[in-house]
Design a protein around this ligand. Structure first.
Ligand code: F6R
Ligand code: ZN
Length: 188
């Protein structure tokens, strides 16, 4: 098996979210249409600037069953209206595939939503914190702080991403700043 892997160790930076040799994907505000509850605040922010919200660097060797994929994310601080910057969020294409997130720097949360029951959970994600995302669970990362939030994620190589299913029905809850406090509310 070793012969299949060109490289087995990588340097990373907890503060910049950089991970050597990975494939970098950038997500800007224009790519998150429909994610934020306050549409007029979204349109206004976008008219002003198509800001970079987050970057993900993935390492996906995918040689076979039992393999792992992993990646590092950096989600910048900011808000649209009173809703914190967030990632698009997804389910795994292989629904039973779970994932481990490890917080590296900054202050954030993971919004988890059971695809079948719609049950939501909010888990803190920051330095020295691990969040387990079970299978069949839509997951989204949210920056509730003033610094970039960086994290590492590891998932089965066959997990895949399904953005469509959750985009269509949208997460049932939103996380907003209410008098300086992150507050989970129903999306109306
Ligand atoms: C991989 C995973 C993370 C996310 C990253 C960006 O399964 O969950 O690496 O890909 O947090 O979020 P999305 O992919 O929802 O734009
Ligand atoms: Zn995932």
């Amino acid at each position: 098996m070793l012969e299949h892997f060109k490289k087995l160790s990588y340097a990373y930076n907890s503060y910049t979210g950089e991970l050597d040799n990975g494939l970098v994907v950038e997500r800007r505000l224009s790519q998150l249409k429909g994610c934020f509850a306050n549409e007029s605040a979204y349109d206004q922010a976008l008219a002003n600037e198509d800001s970079l919200l987050y970057k993900v660097t993935a390492i996906e060797p995918a040689h076979g069953e039992g393999d792992l994929h992993y990646g590092m994310g950096i989600l910048y601080p900011g808000k649209i209206g009173n809703e914190y910057y967030l990632t698009k969020g997804h389910l795994h294409r292989t629904r039973q595939a779970a994932e481990i997130y490890i917080g590296l720097s900054g202050d954030g949360c993971m919004l988890l939503e059971d695809e079948q029951t719609g049950e939501s959970r909010l888990e803190y994600l920051g330095k020295n914190k691990i969040v387990y995302v079970p299978g069949y669970t839509a997951h989204r990362t949210i920056n509730i702080g003033t610094e970039p939030l960086t994290y590492f994620g590891v998932y089965p190589a066959n997990a895949g991403h399904d953005y469509g299913a959750i985009a269509q029905r949208n997460f049932l809850k939103i996380l907003v700043d209410e008098n300086g406090q992150p507050t989970l509310k129903d999306r109306r």
